[in-house]
Design a protein around this ligand. Structure first.
Ligand code: ATP
Ligand code: MG
Length: 192
């Protein structure tokens, strides 16, 4: 099995391009954000715990997302690998992922990092808020907190994966969604 990570700030286009990568390489796309939103919609215990943290633009506890990921690895069959979107987002999560994979005799194959500047994060999320109605897209303060959280907790992963020789970056702007998708797919081709 192969394990790829889609990395980048909120609004970089991870969710937008994940489908094209996953279908081209027969990977299962797993978005921890989408899984958490499904838990909230279902009103589960986990969803109730996560709801306010997410609405505030904070991260949910590492153990919660690590459990969701391990569960997905254990239950999803019939694919050649996984495309992780929104996980890992902290150094402890990255270390936990390495440990989860090591137990299975596996490893992270590559990190596909889509980069956009902070100014574009605001622009894209404001546009998306009107379409998708996500609580955490609604206010500039919450978006600002997510950007802060990204820089403080998630960005250090660049160094972690660079040191492992697994970090590959592409610009998620400018251009149309199709042009960006083609750039991302071209990058994935080079590391497949
Ligand atoms: P995108 O714009 O690609 O959707 P995002 O950061 O705006 O990226 P999601 O990845 O959908 O949004 O995540 C939404 C929220 O879910 C995060 O702000 C956080 O509260 C929670 N979350 C998702 N993944 C994790 C994770 N790996 N660790 C902790 N919290 C997470
Ligand atoms: Mg997403």
């Amino acid at each position: 099995m192969r394990y790829y990570i889609l990395f980048g700030p909120p609004g970089a286009g991870k969710g937008t391009h994940a489908g094209a990568i996953a279908s081209k390489y027969n990977l299962k796309h797993i978005s921890t954000g989408e899984l958490l939103r499904a838990e909230i919609a279902a009103g589960s215990e986990l969803g109730i715990q996560a709801k306010e943290l997410i609405a505030a633009g904070s991260l949910v506890p590492d153990e919660v997302v690590e459990g969701m990921i391990e569960n997905a690895f254990n239950t999803i069959k019939g694919v050649d690998g996984f495309l992780l979107d929104g996980f890992p987002r902290t150094l402890p999560q990255a270390e936990a992922l390495d440990a989860i994979l090591a137990k299975r005799g596996e490893k992270v194959d590559g990190v596909i990092s889509i980069m956009i500047p902070d100014s574009l994060v605001y622009e894209r999320i404001a546009g998306r808020a009107k379409i998708e109605g996500r609580a955490d897209d609604a206010s500039p303060e919450v978006i600002a907190h997510r950007i802060e959280t990204y820089h403080a907790q998630t960005e250090p992963l660049k160094e972690y994966y660079r040191n492992a020789g697994k970090y590959h970056e592409v610009n998620g702007y400018p251009g149309t969604i199709e042009q960006n998708r083609d750039r991302v797919l071209a990058l994935v081709d080079t590391i497949w």
